[in-house]
Design a binder for this molecule. Structure first.
Ligand code: SAM
Length: 293
């Protein structure tokens, strides 16, 4: 549980709140003249219980460096700081990035926050090495952002992110599942994934028209080299671009130029040429890449 440094003399009711509720979200949005944009996936959480639940699910430890993507008005940032984390927050929207340190200085002075005003899809360097990722991700880019961060920041060993329910189930899906796809295989390259609870759309302003879930991951050892990862991901993309087709057809373009040549590589790798991409694990795809390479 968090510790208060000092209790206010007048009691809790008159103290500055430590997390953002509906009133604070409204005031901040008004102050900044922010109209949330769909393009940037701006849906802000105004429920302290949801924020504390995310922080707790992520297992945030005092003193560790946590990376947050898209801090927005600071709802989750304040929850992470309350738990004692050193937060590095990457925000693409200049107005929000500029305001965040001021909000934190008022609501939780003395805590450790560094804001990086950048597109998370382009960030390759950070001011500190984060061990954990905790974020309410912008929904339209959540998978590319996750894959980009896992590729570029090997210090990230675990994380919990909030994503659109459909995407969350896809990330955590096992082979054979209806929703197993390219994101599932690519995510599995980096470690183990699990869904970690639903989140009501009512905790957001504005209310989105999709449901959300929390997704957790623990990084594992990469099954292959960087060059093998690139080759494996190319096969995965080809296999799921035509997911209904047998692999010998869907991979013919990238494995020898004909379905006969593709079948030969697949058989040599111990994969049934008549199987479909949705049946293969990441290790199966890697074996095919190694055999082809
Ligand atoms: N964390 C806040 C919360 O929980 O209330 C806001 C979450 S909101 C779903 C997504 C945030 O990501 C917005 O603040 C948006 O401006 C930001 N964002 C969108 N695209 C981004 C990108 N490519 N890189 C960094 N931040 C981005």
């Amino acid at each position: 549980m968090h510790r208060h440094e000092a209790e206010p003399v007048d009691g809790a009711e008159t103290a500055t709140p430590r997390l953002l509720g509906p009133a604070e979200i409204r005031d901040l949005a008004e102050l900044l003249d922010v109209t949330p944009t769909k393009k940037l996936g701006q849906n802000f959480v105004h429920d302290a219980n949801t924020v504390r639940r995310i922080v707790q699910t992520a297992g945030v430890q005092r003193g560790e460096t946590v990376l947050e993507i898209g801090p927005g008005l600071g709802s989750l940032t304040l929850g992470l700081l309350e738990a004692g984390a050193d937060v590095v927050a990457v925000e693409i929207d200049g107005r929000l990035a500029e305001q965040l340190p001021h909000t934190v200085a008022i609501m939780q002075p003395g805590t450790s926050l560094t804001v990086v005003h950048q597109d998370a899809l382009r960030v390759t360097e950070l001011p500190a090495e984060p061990v954990r990722l905790v974020a309410n991700l912008p929904y339209n880019v959540s998978v590319p952002v996750l894959l980009h961060l896992l590729e570029h920041f090997p210090s990230l060993v675990s994380g919990v992110v909030m994503v659109q329910a459909e995407v969350g189930h896809r990330l955590a899906a096992e082979p054979g599942s209806k929703v197993y796809g390219a994101p599932s295989v690519k995510a599995a390259w980096y470690g183990r994934w699990r869904t970690a609870g639903q989140v009501s759309r009512m905790v957001f302003w504005p209310v989105p028209n999709v449901d959300s879930v929390l997704v957790g991951f623990d990084r594992g050892e990469a099954p292959g080299t960087e060059a093998e990862r690139v080759a494996t991901f190319a096969l995965v993309d080809a296999a799921f671009q035509q997911r209904r087709k047998m692999l010998r057809q869907s991979l013919s373009g990238v494995l020898g130029g004909s379905s006969a040549a593709a079948a030969e590589v697949l058989t040599a790798a111990g994969v049934d040429p008549q199987a479909r991409g949705e049946q293969l694990t990441v290790d199966d795809f890697l074996r095919v890449a190694r055999t082809a390479g």
